[in-house]
Design a protein around this ligand. Structure first.
Ligand code: NDP
Ligand code: 8X3
Length: 252
């Protein structure tokens, strides 16, 4: 029987690349995001390419009632999720703390921390019942370091780091693996979202060096998922060759 992977934020970037990589690996997929059209297109393309089954769910991870409605009572054939990839997340704005925009802070906290918690709270109990499962959390270099004006985004990813550790301890008796993936700069829609649609400002983030591609992170996720049963990859920090730390880049 094919395994089931649930990937949040599969409409773009790392989540979409992970859906593609795990489809190639033969997983049946539950894909989520807020953009129905992107979900439909991905579903059609992966089903045709790999002959897998896909269940696409359009909802906002910030709303617990929507999470519960969509994931709390999955149909029988979808409810035994083997791999949960908590990927949906974003940065909004890059301001010093004293000029921070409260709505930006709320979007980041509600998505990156509360959304990840809501989804995990809904899916983990069945993993505990089955004494089997693997949770992959997308943290960041921003969860290991703090950089200028990154204040609240960095705080949310430090929270993911703490939650990954906490989940690993709490779920240990049930044989559930928890892996945290911490990328440096990956060229996705991330910076366009951070700079609220300003594509030229977003492009500057990746100018002068070769950033990671979403597929590089998907490959790392696939590696963690494919490890033998007795092996858990706990934490992976993955940077472009040209990036030494959160803020130190070698640009041509
Ligand atoms: P993208 O902007 O390309 O993709 C983000 C995904 O998250 C989209 O599918 C989006 O879907 C989904 N999403 C955002 N908000 C919500 C929400 N409220 N409800 C449901 N889905 C949501 O970014 P990345 O692929 O780069 O980011 C993926 C993860 O990786 C994030 O957690 C990010 O913090 C992390 N990361 C990214 C790095 C980078 O440099 N790009 C580096 C380190 C970590 P939709 O808009 O359809 O809702
Ligand atoms: C995304 C990478 O460096 O913009 O988490 O924080 S960074």
């Amino acid at each position: 029987m094919k395994k089931i992977a649930l990937i949040t934020g599969a409409t773009a970037g790392i989540g979409k690349a992970t859906a593609e990589r795990l489809a190639k690996e033969g997983f049946n997929l539950i894909i989520t995001g807020r953009r129905q059209r992107e979900l439909d297109e991905l579903q059609t393309s992966l089903q045709a390419q790999y002959g897998i089954d896909i269940w696409a769910l359009c909802f906002d991870v910030r709303k617990y009632d929507e999470v519960e409605k969509n994931l709390g009572s999955l149909p029988q054939r979808w409810k035994d999720v083997d791999v949960l990839v908590n990927n949906a997340g974003l940065a909004v704005g890059l301001n010093p703390i004293h000029t921070g925009v409260v709505d930006d802070w709320e979007r980041m906290i509600d998505t990156n921390i509360k959304g990840l918690l809501y989804v995990t709270r809904t899916i983990a109990p069945r993993m505990v019942e089955r004494k089997s499962g693997h949770i992959i959390n997308l943290a960041s270099i921003a969860g290991k370091e703090v950089y200028a004006n990154g204040n609240v985004y960095c705080a949310t990813k430090h929270a993911v780091d703490a939650l990954s550790k906490g989940m690993r301890i709490d779920l240990l008796p049930y044989g559930i693996k928890v892996t945290q993936i911490c990328p440096g700069a990956v060229e996705t829609e991330f910076s366009v979202v951070r700079f609220k649609g300003d594509k030229s400002r977003a492009d500057q983030v990746y100018a002068g060096f070769a950033p990671l591609a979403a597929e590089d992170i998907a490959e790392a996720i696939c590696f963690a998922v494919s490890a033998p049963d007795h092996v858990n990859i706990q934490d992976m920090l993955i940077m472009p060759k040209a990036q030494a730390s959160g803020t130190i880049f070698h640009k041509e």
